[in-house]
Every structure is written in C-alpha cells, then in structure tokens.
Design a protein around this ligand. Structure first.
Ligand SMILES: [Zn+2]
Length: 230
C-alpha cells in the first residue's frame, strides 16, 4: 500500500489512520437518533475518502485523501496508488548522504517547490550551492569556495559545473536586483534549476558515498569468501 510521500519527512508511507472510523449517535429528541461517522469519511460526490494519516516513519500526522473498495471501511480497503496527502508535499526526497548544512537548505528548496513558491525555491537552491562550495573548500583544502575551484579539483564535471553555475546566477539575479516583471521565472524553470543543483550534490556527495559503500561490501565479501572458490 506504499505510494504516498510523507510531507513532513519525505519517507514513503502507507495510510495509517489517526483514530478509527465509528458511528456516534446524536440524540435529536426522543425517540429520534441521528448517526454521524467519525474517523475517515467517504464523500460520495467525489468518490474519495478523507482522513487523517500518520507517517509510518516520522509519526507526524497529515490529511489524506484516497479511494477505497469499501466505503464502509475505507481504512482497511484503500486502493493502491490512490493515496495523496492534502498538504504541501516536497518536490523530491533529499538524499541523506548530503551533509546536514547543505541538506537543510536543499530540503527547504524542495518544500518551497512543493508548495509552489518559485522565488523561495530558487533562493534556497542557491543557498545549498553556496554551502556546498564552503563545505568542499574546507573538506578538500581548496584555495577558494567556488564551483570553478571544484571543477579544477576534478570534483565535478564540466557540464555539472555549467548547470549549477546557471542556477547560482539566476538566484543572484532574482535575489539582488529588481527582476524584470516581463522576465518572470515559472515553476518549470525553478524545477529545472533544482535539478541542476541536485545533480551537483549527487556528484559531490551521493555518488562517492554509494561507491564507498559498495567497495566496503565487496571487501567484506572477499574477506569472507572461501579461498578455494574465489
Ligand atoms: Zn514522515
């Protein structure tokens, strides 16, 4: 039943309802009683059920809508792939391999994009680039904190350098000058800039960490392998 991204932490989660569906009786004067459902409720008009779900990873709650096979017990009969948080969702899950200071800025960019904030996303994307430059300067003892220094040190490819440089310059322009109202940046533009910087962070942090991980696994396997069969 996985297929929903938690808007708080970005983990994949199924529907774990907060509270259970039950009918409460409301006295309307003797002998009339009305019934009202609590918990997740089904809306015949739209065909959706609406409920409050709790993330199975971070345990925070958020409103959810989805489709269910049985309108009487939607919590148990959720149809796979129909779940959707009714909450601004992050654009992408940010990789855990990225160092904390860089990751928090890029998570903000992802949250801004998910909420449709174009300028917010572009400026937070730029902050992630600047923090990555600083972090790498320190880690590699570079002469300066810049993308150019990273390409010269062989840390990023020329095309990754050019793409993230575009993202940085667009953010500088939008952040420091009075942008031309006829030259508005769209959500698609902001997504493209986000992807440029995502590729940069992948090259700087994610790929090396995954290669290290696989090398270690290989080394362990070689150590434990039977010398007669290897
Ligand atoms: Zn979560």
């Amino acid at each position: 039943m996985y297929g929903m991204t938690c808007p708080h932490c970005g983990a994949a989660t199924g529907y774990s309802p907060v509270g259970t569906r039950k009918y409460v009786e409301i006295p309307r004067g003797n002998p009339v009683l009305a019934q009202r459902a609590t918990g997740s409720i089904h809306d015949e008009g739209s065909g959706y059920f609406f409920g409050l779900g709790r993330c199975q990873a971070c345990a925070k709650a958020f409103p959810v809508r989805g489709k269910a096979s049985s309108t009487e017990s939607p919590d148990e009969t959720v149809q796979e792939g129909t779940l959707e948080p009714l909450w601004p969702t992050r654009y992408r899950v940010v990789a855990q391999e990225i160092p904390n200071s860089v990751r928090t800025a890029f998570e903000d960019a992802s949250a801004a994009l998910g909420a449709g904030s174009v300028l917010g996303a572009i400026l937070a994307t730029r902050t992630a680039v600047i923090r990555a430059q600083r972090q790498q300067k320190q880690a590699l003892n570079l002469s300066e904190a810049s993308l150019k220094a990273l390409v010269e040190a062989g840390r990023v490819s020329r095309s990754t350098f050019e793409a993230s440089e575009v993202a940085r310059r667009v953010a500088n322009y939008l952040g420091h000058e009075e942008p031309d109202p006829d030259d508005q940046y769209s959500k698609e533009d902001a997504e493209e800039l986000y992807e440029f910087v995502e590729a940069l962070l992948h090259e700087l942090y994610v790929q090396p960490a995954r290669i290290r991980h696989h090398r270690n696994r290989l080394a362990r396997r070689v150590e434990t392998a039977d010398p007669n069969t290897s």
